[in-house]
Write a protein that binds this ligand. Structure first.
Ligand SMILES: Cc1cc2nc3c(=O)[nH]c(=O)nc-3n(C[C@H](O)[C@H](O)[C@H](O)COP(=O)(O)OP(=O)(O)OC[C@H]3O[C@@H](n4cnc5c(N)ncnc54)[C@H](O)[C@@H]3O)c2cc1C
Length: 467
Protein backbone atom coordinates (compact mmCIF):
# COMPACT_ATOMS: atom_id res chain seq x y z
CA UNK A 1 0.00 0.00 0.00
CA UNK A 2 2.76 2.44 0.81
CA UNK A 3 4.70 1.86 -2.37
CA UNK A 4 2.07 2.59 -5.03
CA UNK A 5 4.06 3.95 -7.98
CA UNK A 6 3.00 6.66 -10.41
CA UNK A 7 4.89 8.32 -13.23
CA UNK A 8 5.79 11.85 -12.25
CA UNK A 9 4.74 14.62 -14.62
CA UNK A 10 7.61 17.00 -15.25
CA UNK A 11 7.07 20.51 -13.91
CA UNK A 12 8.53 22.91 -16.52
CA UNK A 13 11.10 25.45 -15.30
CA UNK A 14 9.05 28.13 -17.06
CA UNK A 15 6.13 27.47 -14.68
CA UNK A 16 8.38 27.67 -11.61
CA UNK A 17 9.83 30.93 -12.98
CA UNK A 18 6.34 32.44 -13.53
CA UNK A 19 5.23 31.41 -10.04
CA UNK A 20 8.42 32.87 -8.55
CA UNK A 21 7.77 36.15 -10.39
CA UNK A 22 4.30 36.25 -8.85
CA UNK A 23 5.11 35.07 -5.32
CA UNK A 24 8.79 35.84 -4.68
CA UNK A 25 9.98 34.01 -1.57
CA UNK A 26 6.53 32.56 -1.03
CA UNK A 27 7.58 29.85 -3.50
CA UNK A 28 10.02 27.27 -2.20
CA UNK A 29 11.97 24.45 -3.82
CA UNK A 30 14.12 23.79 -0.74
CA UNK A 31 14.51 20.04 -0.17
CA UNK A 32 13.31 20.17 3.45
CA UNK A 33 10.17 22.11 2.50
CA UNK A 34 9.38 19.71 -0.37
CA UNK A 35 9.94 16.69 1.91
CA UNK A 36 7.69 18.10 4.64
CA UNK A 37 4.88 18.79 2.15
CA UNK A 38 5.01 15.34 0.51
CA UNK A 39 4.38 13.44 3.72
CA UNK A 40 1.51 13.28 6.19
CA UNK A 41 1.55 11.99 9.79
CA UNK A 42 1.18 8.32 8.82
CA UNK A 43 3.47 5.44 7.87
CA UNK A 44 2.81 5.96 4.12
CA UNK A 45 5.82 6.71 1.96
CA UNK A 46 6.47 10.36 1.09
CA UNK A 47 6.26 11.78 -2.43
CA UNK A 48 7.47 15.40 -2.50
CA UNK A 49 6.05 18.03 -4.87
CA UNK A 50 8.39 19.95 -7.21
CA UNK A 51 7.61 23.29 -5.52
CA UNK A 52 5.52 24.62 -2.67
CA UNK A 53 3.65 27.91 -2.89
CA UNK A 54 2.38 29.71 0.20
CA UNK A 55 -0.80 31.45 -0.97
CA UNK A 56 -2.30 34.44 0.84
CA UNK A 57 -5.62 35.05 -0.97
CA UNK A 58 -8.31 33.33 -3.01
CA UNK A 59 -7.33 35.41 -6.05
CA UNK A 60 -3.72 34.29 -5.71
CA UNK A 61 -4.79 30.63 -5.49
CA UNK A 62 -6.84 31.16 -8.66
CA UNK A 63 -3.80 32.58 -10.49
CA UNK A 64 -1.59 29.67 -9.36
CA UNK A 65 -4.21 27.11 -10.42
CA UNK A 66 -4.68 28.82 -13.80
CA UNK A 67 -0.94 28.76 -14.46
CA UNK A 68 -0.64 25.09 -13.43
CA UNK A 69 -3.61 24.18 -15.64
CA UNK A 70 -2.02 25.99 -18.63
CA UNK A 71 1.12 23.87 -18.11
CA UNK A 72 -0.83 20.63 -17.33
CA UNK A 73 0.94 20.36 -13.99
CA UNK A 74 -0.66 18.61 -10.95
CA UNK A 75 -1.78 20.59 -7.90
CA UNK A 76 -1.91 19.29 -4.31
CA UNK A 77 -3.64 21.50 -1.69
CA UNK A 78 -2.05 21.36 1.79
CA UNK A 79 -3.45 22.38 5.18
CA UNK A 80 -1.33 21.15 8.09
CA UNK A 81 -0.40 17.71 6.71
CA UNK A 82 -2.01 15.82 9.62
CA UNK A 83 -3.97 13.41 7.42
CA UNK A 84 -3.29 9.71 7.70
CA UNK A 85 -3.76 7.98 4.32
CA UNK A 86 -1.04 9.52 2.15
CA UNK A 87 -3.44 12.34 1.20
CA UNK A 88 -0.81 15.04 0.57
CA UNK A 89 1.79 12.89 -1.20
CA UNK A 90 2.47 14.46 -4.62
CA UNK A 91 2.30 11.10 -6.41
CA UNK A 92 2.79 12.70 -9.84
CA UNK A 93 4.90 15.62 -8.65
CA UNK A 94 3.65 19.14 -9.37
CA UNK A 95 2.87 22.17 -7.22
CA UNK A 96 1.74 22.01 -3.60
CA UNK A 97 -0.48 24.94 -2.58
CA UNK A 98 0.05 25.47 1.16
CA UNK A 99 -2.96 27.35 2.61
CA UNK A 100 -1.53 27.88 6.11
CA UNK A 101 -0.92 31.61 5.56
CA UNK A 102 -4.60 32.09 4.71
CA UNK A 103 -5.40 32.19 8.40
CA UNK A 104 -7.84 35.09 8.75
CA UNK A 105 -11.13 34.75 10.59
CA UNK A 106 -13.24 36.85 8.26
CA UNK A 107 -16.58 37.11 10.10
CA UNK A 108 -18.18 35.91 13.31
CA UNK A 109 -21.95 36.44 13.30
CA UNK A 110 -23.00 35.93 16.92
CA UNK A 111 -26.69 36.35 16.17
CA UNK A 112 -26.70 33.74 13.43
CA UNK A 113 -24.30 31.37 15.18
CA UNK A 114 -21.98 31.19 12.18
CA UNK A 115 -18.59 32.38 10.98
CA UNK A 116 -16.49 32.57 7.81
CA UNK A 117 -12.81 31.69 7.84
CA UNK A 118 -9.95 31.30 5.40
CA UNK A 119 -8.92 27.70 4.78
CA UNK A 120 -5.67 27.84 6.76
CA UNK A 121 -7.31 28.74 10.09
CA UNK A 122 -6.83 25.83 12.51
CA UNK A 123 -9.55 24.51 14.77
CA UNK A 124 -7.69 25.61 17.92
CA UNK A 125 -7.08 29.08 16.48
CA UNK A 126 -10.80 29.44 15.75
CA UNK A 127 -11.79 28.39 19.26
CA UNK A 128 -9.19 30.72 20.83
CA UNK A 129 -10.68 33.55 18.78
CA UNK A 130 -14.23 32.63 19.84
CA UNK A 131 -13.37 32.29 23.55
CA UNK A 132 -14.96 35.60 24.64
CA UNK A 133 -18.04 35.31 22.43
CA UNK A 134 -19.72 32.46 24.31
CA UNK A 135 -19.59 30.40 21.10
CA UNK A 136 -17.47 27.45 20.05
CA UNK A 137 -16.77 25.22 17.06
CA UNK A 138 -17.00 21.59 18.16
CA UNK A 139 -15.30 19.44 15.53
CA UNK A 140 -12.02 18.19 16.99
CA UNK A 141 -9.83 15.73 15.09
CA UNK A 142 -6.91 14.74 17.35
CA UNK A 143 -4.53 17.02 15.46
CA UNK A 144 -4.77 20.83 15.32
CA UNK A 145 -5.83 20.55 11.66
CA UNK A 146 -6.80 23.38 9.31
CA UNK A 147 -10.47 24.05 8.66
CA UNK A 148 -9.73 23.66 4.91
CA UNK A 149 -8.14 20.23 5.47
CA UNK A 150 -10.93 19.19 7.82
CA UNK A 151 -13.48 20.20 5.19
CA UNK A 152 -11.56 18.37 2.46
CA UNK A 153 -11.41 15.15 4.52
CA UNK A 154 -14.95 15.42 5.99
CA UNK A 155 -13.32 15.17 9.39
CA UNK A 156 -14.92 14.61 12.74
CA UNK A 157 -13.77 13.73 16.24
CA UNK A 158 -14.91 13.11 19.78
CA UNK A 159 -17.87 15.52 19.61
CA UNK A 160 -19.47 14.18 16.43
CA UNK A 161 -21.98 12.03 18.31
CA UNK A 162 -23.63 15.29 19.48
CA UNK A 163 -22.62 17.93 16.92
CA UNK A 164 -22.11 15.95 13.70
CA UNK A 165 -19.12 15.97 11.34
CA UNK A 166 -17.81 18.57 8.88
CA UNK A 167 -20.59 17.38 6.56
CA UNK A 168 -23.15 18.75 9.02
CA UNK A 169 -21.33 21.95 9.99
CA UNK A 170 -20.22 23.59 6.73
CA UNK A 171 -22.71 26.16 5.43
CA UNK A 172 -20.92 27.15 2.24
CA UNK A 173 -17.53 27.20 0.58
CA UNK A 174 -15.49 29.40 -1.70
CA UNK A 175 -13.62 27.12 -4.09
CA UNK A 176 -11.06 27.65 -6.85
CA UNK A 177 -12.02 25.12 -9.50
CA UNK A 178 -9.38 23.28 -11.57
CA UNK A 179 -9.72 25.82 -14.43
CA UNK A 180 -8.98 28.72 -12.06
CA UNK A 181 -12.54 30.03 -11.58
CA UNK A 182 -13.70 31.20 -8.15
CA UNK A 183 -17.11 29.80 -7.14
CA UNK A 184 -19.31 29.93 -4.06
CA UNK A 185 -21.30 26.77 -3.32
CA UNK A 186 -24.23 28.29 -1.34
CA UNK A 187 -25.39 31.22 0.81
CA UNK A 188 -25.56 31.51 4.59
CA UNK A 189 -29.08 30.13 5.02
CA UNK A 190 -29.23 27.14 7.36
CA UNK A 191 -31.11 25.18 4.72
CA UNK A 192 -31.69 25.48 1.01
CA UNK A 193 -33.29 23.41 -1.75
CA UNK A 194 -31.69 25.43 -4.54
CA UNK A 195 -30.03 22.95 -6.86
CA UNK A 196 -27.29 20.34 -6.47
CA UNK A 197 -25.64 20.34 -3.06
CA UNK A 198 -22.17 21.40 -4.21
CA UNK A 199 -21.13 22.22 -0.65
CA UNK A 200 -21.36 18.59 0.30
CA UNK A 201 -19.72 17.49 -2.96
CA UNK A 202 -16.59 19.44 -2.03
CA UNK A 203 -16.75 18.40 1.65
CA UNK A 204 -14.68 15.20 1.64
CA UNK A 205 -13.28 15.68 -1.88
CA UNK A 206 -9.68 15.51 -0.58
CA UNK A 207 -8.35 18.19 -2.91
CA UNK A 208 -9.40 16.22 -6.00
CA UNK A 209 -12.04 18.71 -7.25
CA UNK A 210 -10.63 22.13 -6.40
CA UNK A 211 -8.94 24.26 -3.75
CA UNK A 212 -11.21 25.37 -0.89
CA UNK A 213 -10.20 28.88 0.14
CA UNK A 214 -13.00 30.03 2.48
CA UNK A 215 -15.43 28.14 4.66
CA UNK A 216 -18.60 29.30 6.43
CA UNK A 217 -19.26 27.20 9.53
CA UNK A 218 -22.00 26.69 12.08
CA UNK A 219 -21.11 27.67 15.65
CA UNK A 220 -22.70 26.65 18.93
CA UNK A 221 -23.32 28.37 22.27
CA UNK A 222 -21.02 27.11 25.03
CA UNK A 223 -23.34 24.94 27.15
CA UNK A 224 -24.39 26.20 30.57
CA UNK A 225 -23.07 23.04 32.22
CA UNK A 226 -20.49 20.45 31.19
CA UNK A 227 -19.09 17.51 33.04
CA UNK A 228 -16.84 14.64 32.06
CA UNK A 229 -16.30 11.22 33.58
CA UNK A 230 -14.10 8.16 33.21
CA UNK A 231 -15.40 4.68 33.88
CA UNK A 232 -13.65 1.29 33.79
CA UNK A 233 -15.51 -1.86 32.72
CA UNK A 234 -14.95 -5.57 33.36
CA UNK A 235 -14.89 -6.37 29.60
CA UNK A 236 -14.91 -4.80 26.15
CA UNK A 237 -18.47 -6.09 25.68
CA UNK A 238 -19.68 -4.43 28.89
CA UNK A 239 -18.27 -1.06 27.80
CA UNK A 240 -19.63 -1.31 24.26
CA UNK A 241 -23.05 -2.53 25.40
CA UNK A 242 -23.25 0.55 27.66
CA UNK A 243 -22.59 2.74 24.62
CA UNK A 244 -25.18 0.97 22.50
CA UNK A 245 -27.91 1.26 25.13
CA UNK A 246 -27.08 4.92 25.79
CA UNK A 247 -27.33 5.82 22.11
CA UNK A 248 -30.44 3.71 21.54
CA UNK A 249 -32.11 5.49 24.50
CA UNK A 250 -31.51 8.82 22.73
CA UNK A 251 -29.30 10.28 25.48
CA UNK A 252 -27.62 13.33 23.87
CA UNK A 253 -24.09 12.62 25.18
CA UNK A 254 -21.55 15.12 23.85
CA UNK A 255 -18.69 12.62 23.85
CA UNK A 256 -18.51 8.89 24.45
CA UNK A 257 -15.08 7.45 23.72
CA UNK A 258 -13.89 3.86 24.12
CA UNK A 259 -10.27 2.98 24.97
CA UNK A 260 -9.18 -0.62 25.37
CA UNK A 261 -6.81 -1.87 28.05
CA UNK A 262 -3.70 -1.53 25.87
CA UNK A 263 -4.66 2.05 24.91
CA UNK A 264 -5.14 2.98 28.58
CA UNK A 265 -1.69 1.56 29.36
CA UNK A 266 -0.23 3.69 26.54
CA UNK A 267 -1.99 6.85 27.76
CA UNK A 268 -0.95 6.29 31.39
CA UNK A 269 2.69 5.99 30.30
CA UNK A 270 2.61 8.92 27.90
CA UNK A 271 0.35 11.44 29.69
CA UNK A 272 1.32 10.41 33.24
CA UNK A 273 -2.27 9.53 34.18
CA UNK A 274 -3.30 6.66 36.46
CA UNK A 275 -6.45 5.22 34.91
CA UNK A 276 -7.14 1.57 35.71
CA UNK A 277 -5.84 -0.64 32.88
CA UNK A 278 -9.21 -1.95 31.71
CA UNK A 279 -11.67 -1.34 28.87
CA UNK A 280 -12.76 2.23 29.59
CA UNK A 281 -15.25 4.87 28.48
CA UNK A 282 -14.60 8.62 28.62
CA UNK A 283 -17.86 10.61 28.69
CA UNK A 284 -18.79 14.26 28.41
CA UNK A 285 -22.25 15.70 29.01
CA UNK A 286 -23.43 19.15 27.85
CA UNK A 287 -26.64 21.03 28.67
CA UNK A 288 -28.37 22.77 31.49
CA UNK A 289 -27.35 21.84 35.07
CA UNK A 290 -30.47 19.69 35.37
CA UNK A 291 -30.05 18.14 31.91
CA UNK A 292 -26.44 17.17 32.52
CA UNK A 293 -27.36 15.62 35.88
CA UNK A 294 -30.19 13.65 34.31
CA UNK A 295 -28.04 12.38 31.40
CA UNK A 296 -25.22 11.39 33.74
CA UNK A 297 -27.53 9.52 36.12
CA UNK A 298 -29.06 7.54 33.28
CA UNK A 299 -25.67 6.56 31.81
CA UNK A 300 -24.33 5.68 35.26
CA UNK A 301 -27.25 3.33 35.89
CA UNK A 302 -26.74 1.62 32.52
CA UNK A 303 -23.01 1.27 33.18
CA UNK A 304 -23.67 -0.22 36.64
CA UNK A 305 -25.95 -2.83 35.05
CA UNK A 306 -22.97 -3.93 32.97
CA UNK A 307 -20.73 -4.19 36.04
CA UNK A 308 -18.84 -0.90 35.62
CA UNK A 309 -16.82 0.66 38.41
CA UNK A 310 -17.80 4.03 39.89
CA UNK A 311 -17.58 7.06 37.57
CA UNK A 312 -14.60 9.34 38.22
CA UNK A 313 -15.81 12.86 37.57
CA UNK A 314 -13.93 15.78 36.02
CA UNK A 315 -16.14 18.83 36.54
CA UNK A 316 -13.47 21.56 36.68
CA UNK A 317 -12.46 22.83 33.24
CA UNK A 318 -8.75 22.15 33.83
CA UNK A 319 -9.50 18.49 34.73
CA UNK A 320 -11.68 18.10 31.64
CA UNK A 321 -8.97 19.67 29.48
CA UNK A 322 -6.41 17.23 30.92
CA UNK A 323 -8.67 14.26 30.22
CA UNK A 324 -9.34 15.23 26.60
CA UNK A 325 -5.74 16.24 25.97
CA UNK A 326 -4.72 12.71 27.00
CA UNK A 327 -7.39 11.29 24.67
CA UNK A 328 -6.25 13.46 21.76
CA UNK A 329 -2.68 12.23 22.26
CA UNK A 330 -3.74 8.56 22.12
CA UNK A 331 -2.05 8.10 18.71
CA UNK A 332 1.35 9.33 19.90
CA UNK A 333 0.91 7.47 23.21
CA UNK A 334 0.38 4.21 21.32
CA UNK A 335 3.47 4.81 19.16
CA UNK A 336 5.52 5.09 22.37
CA UNK A 337 4.56 1.53 23.37
CA UNK A 338 7.23 0.39 20.88
CA UNK A 339 9.47 3.38 20.13
CA UNK A 340 10.91 3.38 16.62
CA UNK A 341 7.93 1.61 15.09
CA UNK A 342 5.35 3.23 12.82
CA UNK A 343 1.59 2.96 13.29
CA UNK A 344 -0.99 1.79 10.75
CA UNK A 345 -4.28 3.40 11.83
CA UNK A 346 -7.57 1.80 10.86
CA UNK A 347 -10.85 3.69 10.87
CA UNK A 348 -13.94 1.55 10.40
CA UNK A 349 -17.46 2.68 11.25
CA UNK A 350 -20.48 0.40 11.62
CA UNK A 351 -24.16 0.81 12.53
CA UNK A 352 -24.38 1.13 16.32
CA UNK A 353 -26.21 -2.21 16.74
CA UNK A 354 -23.20 -3.98 15.17
CA UNK A 355 -20.55 -2.23 17.23
CA UNK A 356 -20.07 -4.91 19.91
CA UNK A 357 -19.58 -7.62 17.28
CA UNK A 358 -17.14 -5.49 15.28
CA UNK A 359 -14.98 -4.52 18.27
CA UNK A 360 -15.08 -7.98 19.90
CA UNK A 361 -13.90 -9.74 16.73
CA UNK A 362 -11.29 -7.07 16.07
CA UNK A 363 -9.85 -7.41 19.59
CA UNK A 364 -9.74 -11.22 19.15
CA UNK A 365 -7.82 -10.77 15.87
CA UNK A 366 -5.40 -8.39 17.59
CA UNK A 367 -4.89 -10.75 20.55
CA UNK A 368 -4.05 -13.59 18.15
CA UNK A 369 -1.54 -11.44 16.22
CA UNK A 370 2.16 -11.04 17.05
CA UNK A 371 1.79 -7.29 16.42
CA UNK A 372 0.86 -4.84 19.20
CA UNK A 373 -2.45 -3.08 18.59
CA UNK A 374 -4.43 -0.51 20.55
CA UNK A 375 -8.14 0.20 20.06
CA UNK A 376 -9.76 3.56 20.57
CA UNK A 377 -12.99 4.89 19.17
CA UNK A 378 -15.65 7.54 18.83
CA UNK A 379 -18.00 4.72 19.65
CA UNK A 380 -21.18 6.78 19.94
CA UNK A 381 -21.02 6.95 16.13
CA UNK A 382 -19.99 3.30 15.72
CA UNK A 383 -16.50 4.51 14.68
CA UNK A 384 -13.30 2.96 16.05
CA UNK A 385 -9.60 2.71 15.24
CA UNK A 386 -6.93 0.14 15.89
CA UNK A 387 -3.38 1.39 15.72
CA UNK A 388 -1.20 -1.48 14.53
CA UNK A 389 2.46 -0.99 15.44
CA UNK A 390 4.90 -2.17 12.80
CA UNK A 391 8.23 -1.75 11.09
CA UNK A 392 7.33 -0.71 7.50
CA UNK A 393 10.68 -2.14 6.29
CA UNK A 394 9.79 -5.64 7.56
CA UNK A 395 7.71 -7.43 4.88
CA UNK A 396 6.34 -10.03 7.34
CA UNK A 397 5.07 -7.32 9.70
CA UNK A 398 3.62 -5.34 6.79
CA UNK A 399 1.80 -8.44 5.51
CA UNK A 400 0.43 -9.21 8.98
CA UNK A 401 -0.73 -5.59 9.51
CA UNK A 402 -2.37 -5.57 6.08
CA UNK A 403 -4.10 -8.87 6.88
CA UNK A 404 -5.50 -7.45 10.13
CA UNK A 405 -6.56 -4.25 8.39
CA UNK A 406 -8.24 -6.10 5.51
CA UNK A 407 -10.17 -8.30 7.93
CA UNK A 408 -11.41 -5.25 9.84
CA UNK A 409 -12.63 -3.59 6.68
CA UNK A 410 -14.25 -6.76 5.32
CA UNK A 411 -16.04 -7.20 8.62
CA UNK A 412 -17.19 -3.56 8.67
CA UNK A 413 -18.53 -3.79 5.11
CA UNK A 414 -20.31 -7.07 5.89
CA UNK A 415 -21.98 -5.33 8.85
CA UNK A 416 -23.19 -2.44 6.66
CA UNK A 417 -20.35 -0.10 7.60
CA UNK A 418 -17.48 1.74 5.91
CA UNK A 419 -13.71 1.43 5.56
CA UNK A 420 -13.29 4.98 6.87
CA UNK A 421 -15.49 6.87 9.29
CA UNK A 422 -13.42 10.06 9.23
CA UNK A 423 -9.82 9.81 7.97
CA UNK A 424 -10.72 9.48 4.29
CA UNK A 425 -9.24 7.51 1.39
CA UNK A 426 -6.06 9.32 0.27
CA UNK A 427 -4.16 6.60 -1.56
CA UNK A 428 -3.92 4.28 1.46
CA UNK A 429 -7.51 3.05 1.25
CA UNK A 430 -8.06 3.10 -2.53
CA UNK A 431 -8.18 -0.70 -2.64
CA UNK A 432 -11.36 -0.75 -0.52
CA UNK A 433 -13.39 1.75 -2.57
CA UNK A 434 -14.85 -0.67 -5.11
CA UNK A 435 -15.76 -3.25 -2.46
CA UNK A 436 -17.56 -0.54 -0.48
CA UNK A 437 -19.36 1.24 -3.31
CA UNK A 438 -19.59 -1.18 -6.25
CA UNK A 439 -18.47 -0.51 -9.84
CA UNK A 440 -21.41 1.61 -10.98
CA UNK A 441 -21.07 4.07 -8.09
CA UNK A 442 -17.32 4.32 -8.67
CA UNK A 443 -18.01 4.98 -12.37
CA UNK A 444 -20.32 7.85 -11.37
CA UNK A 445 -17.63 9.28 -9.06
CA UNK A 446 -15.18 9.08 -11.99
CA UNK A 447 -17.68 10.91 -14.22
CA UNK A 448 -18.07 13.70 -11.64
CA UNK A 449 -14.28 14.00 -11.32
CA UNK A 450 -13.95 14.04 -15.14
CA UNK A 451 -16.59 16.79 -15.48
CA UNK A 452 -14.97 19.10 -12.91
CA UNK A 453 -11.30 18.25 -13.46
CA UNK A 454 -11.09 16.95 -17.07
CA UNK A 455 -7.28 17.17 -17.11
CA UNK A 456 -7.03 15.15 -13.88
CA UNK A 457 -4.66 17.67 -12.29
CA UNK A 458 -6.18 18.01 -8.81
CA UNK A 459 -4.40 15.75 -6.29
CA UNK A 460 -4.00 12.87 -8.76
CA UNK A 461 -3.95 9.28 -7.52
CA UNK A 462 -6.27 9.95 -4.57
CA UNK A 463 -9.81 9.00 -3.57
CA UNK A 464 -10.97 7.30 -6.81
CA UNK A 465 -9.25 4.06 -7.84
CA UNK A 466 -7.71 3.89 -11.28
CA UNK A 467 -7.18 7.65 -11.80
C1 LIG B 1 -2.92 12.38 16.14
C2 LIG B 1 -3.95 12.49 15.08
C3 LIG B 1 -5.28 12.32 15.42
C4 LIG B 1 -6.27 12.45 14.44
N1 LIG B 1 -7.58 12.31 14.82
C5 LIG B 1 -8.55 12.48 13.91
C6 LIG B 1 -9.92 12.42 14.29
O1 LIG B 1 -10.26 12.19 15.44
N2 LIG B 1 -10.85 12.63 13.33
C7 LIG B 1 -10.52 12.90 12.03
O2 LIG B 1 -11.40 13.12 11.22
N3 LIG B 1 -9.22 12.94 11.64
C8 LIG B 1 -8.24 12.75 12.53
N4 LIG B 1 -6.93 12.83 12.15
C9 LIG B 1 -6.60 13.06 10.73
C10 LIG B 1 -6.42 14.54 10.32
O3 LIG B 1 -6.17 15.38 11.42
C11 LIG B 1 -7.64 15.01 9.54
O4 LIG B 1 -7.76 14.26 8.36
C12 LIG B 1 -7.62 16.51 9.19
O5 LIG B 1 -8.89 16.87 8.72
C13 LIG B 1 -6.57 16.88 8.14
O6 LIG B 1 -6.46 18.29 8.10
P1 LIG B 1 -5.12 18.99 7.59
O7 LIG B 1 -5.31 20.45 7.66
O8 LIG B 1 -3.95 18.45 8.29
O9 LIG B 1 -5.14 18.52 6.07
P2 LIG B 1 -3.94 17.97 5.19
O10 LIG B 1 -3.39 16.73 5.80
O11 LIG B 1 -2.99 19.05 4.88
O12 LIG B 1 -4.73 17.58 3.86
C14 LIG B 1 -5.67 16.55 3.87
C15 LIG B 1 -6.33 16.41 2.51
O13 LIG B 1 -7.13 17.55 2.25
C16 LIG B 1 -6.68 18.26 1.10
N5 LIG B 1 -6.78 19.69 1.44
C17 LIG B 1 -6.19 20.32 2.48
N6 LIG B 1 -6.55 21.62 2.48
C18 LIG B 1 -7.35 21.80 1.41
C19 LIG B 1 -8.03 22.91 0.85
N7 LIG B 1 -7.96 24.12 1.41
N8 LIG B 1 -8.76 22.74 -0.27
C20 LIG B 1 -8.85 21.52 -0.85
N9 LIG B 1 -8.24 20.43 -0.38
C21 LIG B 1 -7.50 20.57 0.75
C22 LIG B 1 -5.28 17.78 0.85
O14 LIG B 1 -4.95 17.86 -0.52
C23 LIG B 1 -5.35 16.35 1.34
O15 LIG B 1 -5.91 15.53 0.36
C24 LIG B 1 -5.92 12.71 13.09
C25 LIG B 1 -4.57 12.85 12.75
C26 LIG B 1 -3.59 12.75 13.72
C27 LIG B 1 -2.16 12.93 13.33
Amino acid sequence: MSHRQYDRIETPESLIASLRDMLGDRLSTAAAVLEQHGKDESWHAASPPDAVVFATSTEEVAKVVTLCAEHNVPIVPFGTGSSLEGHVAALRGGICIDLSRMDAILEVNNEDLDCRVQAGVTREQLNDHLRDTGLFFPIDPGANASIGGMTATRASGTNAVRYGTMRDNVLNLTVVTPDGKIIKTANRARKSSAGYDLTRLFVGSEGTLGVITEIALKLYGIPEAMSAAVCAFPSVDAAVDTVILTIQAGIPVARIEFLDEMQIRAINNYSKTDHKEAPTLFFEFHGTEAGVKEQAEFVQSVAEEFGAEAFQWATRQEDRNKLWAARHKAYYASLQLEPGKAGMPTDVCVPISKLAEAIRETRADCDASPLTCTIVGHVGDGNFHTLILLDPEDPAQMAEAKRLHDRMVERALKLGGTCTGEHGIGYGKLDFMEAEHGPDTIALMRAIKGAIDPKGLMNPGKLIPGL
